[in-house]
Design a protein around this ligand. Structure first.
Ligand code: FE
Length: 357
C-alpha cells in the first residue's frame, strides 16, 4: 500500500518535473542556440607558404559556398613550422599549406598535425598523394621539367636530367639556388632512385655546366634563356603558364620563346612534387578545417588550381586545363613522396659539397 502511494506520488512528481523541465528546456535550448550562433566561429585560420595570388580566389569561393571566413598567415614553410612549434597548444592555426611535400612530412614528424577521417578526401585524392595516416593531403601536382630555347635547342637533343651533365651543355644550364626546396626534393628523389653517389655525380655535373651562378626564381631561368644567358633550364611547369598569361608583355614574350620537355620518359620518369595541406593538431576550428581541405580537393577548386595556377589537379575526376593538356601526357617518377623529406638533409649536404650555390 505504502509502496503504491509512493509510486503514485513519484509518478505525479515526475510528471510535474518533466513538464517543468520541458518548459525550461525549450527556453534553455533557445538560449543555447543563440549562444552557439554567437560563439560558433565561422572561420578557418591557415598558415601557407604558397605565394600565388590565385589562392585568394579559392578562399573567396570557399567563403561564398560555406560562410566560413578564411584568415591567412603567409610565410616561408620552415618559419611557419617553427612558429607552430613555438605556439604549441595556443596556436590559432587550423591548417598548414605548403608547396612542397617535404615540409608537410616534416610537420607530421614534428607532431604538429592530426589525422582526420574523411571519405571525401579519400575519394578525391589518390593514395599516393596523401599521408598514410591521413594527416596531410596533396592538392596539386607540379612537374619539374626541362625548359628549353625554341630557337637554339632541338627537342631531339634532350632526353634526361642526367644528360644535362653532358659536356654538350657546358655553360648552358640554368637553375635556381640549391636553398630552394624544389631543387632539394628533386635531388632527394635522385638519391632514392639512383643512389646517393649518382645523385652527387649529377649535382656536380650540373654545377660544371651552369650558365651562371644560380640566382632568381624559376621564372627568372626562362627569362635568362630568352636573354641568351643559357639554353636549358630546370623549372616547374606552372611557371610557364604564368609567363604566358602574364599582364607583362615581356613575360609573355619569354613564355612564347621557350618550350617544355618532360625528361626521363623512357627511364625513371619526370619528377613530380605536390602542394598540400595538413590539419593542425591543436586546431580550434577542426570541423571548418576539414571542410576547407575537402573543398580544395573538390572539383570546383581543383579546376581553379589547373585553370588559374596551371598546376595539375590531384583529383582524377578533374581534367587539366587546355594549356596543360597541350603540353602532353608524361610518365611520372615512381617514388614515395615521403622520401623527399627523408633524403632532404643528404640532398642539402650534397649541394654544399659540390658547390651548388
Ligand atoms: Fe612555386
Amino acid at each position: 500500500m505504502i509502496k503504491k502511494k509512493f509510486a503514485i506520488i513519484s509518478t505525479a512528481l515526475s510528471v510535474i518535473l518533466s513538464a517543468g523541465l520541458l518548459a525550461g528546456c525549450s527556453q534553455t535550448k533557445q538560449t543555447a542556440k543563440n549562444e552557439s550562433v554567437k560563439n560558433e566561429k565561422k572561420v578557418v585560420n591557415i598558415y601557407t607558404d604558397r605565394h600565388y595570388d590565385t589562392d585568394e580566389e579559392l578562399y573567396k569561393l570557399f567563403t561564398k559556398d560555406t560562410g566560413i571566413k578564411v584568415n591567412v598567415v603567409k610565410g616561408k614553410s620552415d618559419e611557419l613550422i617553427e612558429r607552430l612549434k613555438r605556439e604549441g597548444k595556443d596556436t590559432q592555426a587550423d591548417v598548414l599549406i605548403t608547396s612542397d611535400v617535404g615540409r608537410l612530412y616534416r610537420a607530421k614528424e614534428t607532431g604538429l598535425l592530426q589525422s582526420t577521417k574523411s571519405t571525401e578526401l579519400i575519394n578525391n585524392i589518390p593514395e599516393k598523394f596523401r599521408d598514410e595516416d591521413n594527416q596531410w593531403f596533396g592538392l596539386t601536382k607540379r612537374a619539374r621539367v626541362i625548359v628549353y630555347s625554341k630557337d637554339r635547342v632541338k627537342p631531339e637533343n634532350l632526353s634526361t636530367y642526367e644528360d644535362l651533365t653532358n659536356e654538350k651543355w657546358k655553360g648552358k644550364v640554368l637553375v635556381r639556388s640549391s636553398t630552394n626546396v624544389y631543387n632539394q626534393s628533386l635531388l632527394a628523389s635522385f638519391i632514392e632512385i639512383n643512389s646517393e653517389e649518382k645523385a652527387k655525380e649529377w649535382a656536380k655535373g650540373i654545377v660544371q655546366n651552369m650558365a651562371r651562378t644560380p640566382k632568381g626564381n624559376d621564372r627568372d631561368q626562362a627569362k635568362a634563356i630568352v636573354a641568351g644567358i643559357g639554353d636549358v633550364a630546370i623549372m616547374n611547369t606552372y611557371y610557364l603558364g604564368k609567363l604566358l598569361n602574364s599582364s607583362d608583355a615581356e613575360e609573355v614574350k619569354v613564355g612564347k620563346n621557350v618550350k617544355i620537355f618532360f625528361p626521363n620518359q623512357s627511364t625513371t620518369g619526370t619528377h613530380v612534387n605536390i602542394s598540400g595541406a595538413g590539419l593542425i593538431k591543436y586546431a580550434k576550428n577542426k570541423e571548418n578545417a576539414v571542410k576547407f581541405v575537402e573543398f580544395l580537393s573538390g572539383e570546383k577548386a581543383q579546376k581553379q588550381f589547373a585553370e588559374a595556377n596551371y598546376e595539375y589537379p590531384v583529383n582524377a575526376k578533374v581534367e587539366p586545363s587546355q594549356l596543360l593538356k597541350s603540353w602532353g601526357d608524361f610518365k611520372e617518377q615512381d617514388v614515395k613522396l615521403s622520401k623527399f623529406a627523408e633524403n632532404n638533409k643528404k640532398a642539402v649536404e650534397i649541394f654544399n659539397e659540390v658547390g651548388w650555390k
